[in-house]
Design a protein around this ligand. Structure first.
Ligand SMILES: *[C@@H]1O[C@H](CO)[C@@H](O)[C@H](O)[C@H]1NC(C)=O
Ligand SMILES: *[C@@H]1O[C@H](CO)[C@@H](O)[C@H](O)[C@H]1NC(C)=O
Ligand SMILES: *[C@@H]1O[C@H](CO)[C@@H](O)[C@H](O)[C@H]1NC(C)=O
Ligand SMILES: *[C@@H]1O[C@H](CO)[C@@H](O)[C@H](O)[C@H]1NC(C)=O
Ligand SMILES: *[C@@H]1O[C@H](CO)[C@@H](O)[C@H](O)[C@H]1NC(C)=O
Length: 359
């Protein structure tokens, strides 16, 4: 008996110590959770809010080099036949790296074209020319982009693909919406002067490139200059909506300070890409292509852009059209180039735009 009481009496401080320990663990865990929460939902957003550099990096992803090492001088290294590399210097002295890709009928693997012949193909093309404006990350050699150039080439269209400032081997320069739009506007103007009305010129924008191309064309409309048509592949309506719908934003979206922390600084720093405003200024017909299973830019944003485009053009379905691609095909954000009816869709739109009376 004696020993049992002694044992129990001796256990009391042990149990107390144990409870104290459990309490400390709970407290410590709570602290870690609170601190983590504050860092993830407080500090990170604050840094984001105040760092223009960080916002730009997240938006443009120009530091993602994929493919990692490209020999831009050899378009054939990514499987393009009948293509050459060249450089333009914009009126702001930004060097822009570009590829000229010949239409199929001019490609002969056993013949190497001179620079003069390439220049001739641009001054006197026989078939429509497409100017491609890519999305964020990577460069003009990224594989899904090359896949689309080949679709154009097979349709016997000529292609110009280029990298905005800070992408690929183009010059580093102020990275901003205004900056990439200036580059794009310059390249489009340069191309239209070269082609000089001999054949139609079409612009194709993908993803972030839909924001760049819409803005560029809206500005050019002010100078009374428009290409024959504009394709917008997987577009968004404006940056505010894209930020709210992007998968990365999902864990922050519920925060009451989401708009202040994320959206407002983008707008304050001129990163807006308000295609739903620009589309109203664009004078050439616009074709929107969007896959239902796009998770980077949900089709609802393409739909919003389409509806706003229609509204701004008084419901003129010749001005804005939209093709919705069945999600069961699994084409997602980047692979509309593999949509079987795509070549036919492009040809029909090209024909429709050409038959339209010039404005
Ligand atoms: C470049 O050209 C555009 C017109 O296309 C003009 O608005 C702009 O001021 C020019 N920039 C410089 C630095 O000359
Ligand atoms: C390609 O060029 C070679 C050499 O000039 C010529 O013999 C051949 O017929 C050409 N091939 C085609 C498909 O035009
Ligand atoms: C561009 O086209 C116009 C009208 O057809 C023509 O007068 C002019 O000479 C052409 N410019 C060049 C550089 O070929
Ligand atoms: C355009 O269509 C919508 C819905 O069909 C309609 O509510 C609207 O009044 C139309 N606008 C014009 C300018 O016709
Ligand atoms: C998409 O394709 C699937 C399978 O072919 C079909 O069952 C479905 O009805 C299609 N959806 C639409 C909106 O056409």
């Amino acid at each position: 008996m004696q020993s049992k009481y002694l044992f129990i009496a001796g256990s009391v401080p042990l149990i107390a110590l144990d409870m104290w320990h459990t309490g400390a663990v709970i407290l410590w865990t709570a602290k870690v959770i609170i601190v983590t929460y504050l860092i993830v939902f407080g500090l990170c957003p604050l840094i984001f809010h105040y760092s223009y550099g960080f916002q730009r990096k997240i938006l443009f992803l120009n530091f993602v080099h994929w493919p990692p090492s490209v020999d831009f001088d050899k378009p054939e290294s990514v499987g393009l036949q009948g293509a050459r590399n060249f450089y333009l210097s914009t009126n702001e002295s930004v060097k822009i790296g570009a590829w000229q890709i010949l239409p199929k009928s001019l490609v002969n693997e056993s013949v190497k074209w001179s620079e003069e012949e390439f220049n001739g193909a641009l001054r006197n093309p026989k078939r429509p020319v497409f100017l491609y404006m890519h999305g964020n990350s990577g460069n003009r050699a990224s594989s899904h982009r090359v896949e689309l150039y080949k679709v154009f080439q097979e349709l016997d269209y000529q292609v110009i693909a280029f990298d905005y400032r800070n992408y690929g081997d183009s010059d580093p320069a102020e990275l901003s919406e205004e900056g990439v739009v200036k580059d794009s506007k310059f390249v489009l103007q340069w191309l239209m002067e070269k082609v000089n009305g001999t054949v139609p010129v079409f612009v194709w924008g993908h993803s972030l490139g839909t924001g760049v191309s819409s803005h560029s064309l809206a500005l050019l409309a002010g100078d009374n200059l428009q290409p024959t048509g504009l394709f917008l592949e997987s577009p968004f309506n404006n940056m505010a909506d894209e930020l709210s719908y992007h998968p990365f934003s999902q864990i922050f979206k519920h925060l009451p300070w989401f708009h202040w922390v994320i959206v407002q600084p983008f707008y304050g720093n001129g990163l807006r890409f308000e295609s739903d405003k620009h589309i109203g200024d664009i004078k050439c017909p616009v074709m929107i292509l969007h896959a239902e299973d796009d998770i980077v830019i949900p089709i609802s944003l393409g739909e919003k852009l389409y509806q706003e485009g229609l509204r701004l053009h008084k419901n003129d379905s010749n001005q804005v059209t939209m093709i919705r691609i069945n999600g069961s095909l699994g084409l997602g954000h980047k692979y509309i180039c593999r949509y079987e009816p795509l070549p036919k869709i492009i040809e029909n739109f090209v024909a429709k735009c050409q038959s339209r009376p010039r404005q």
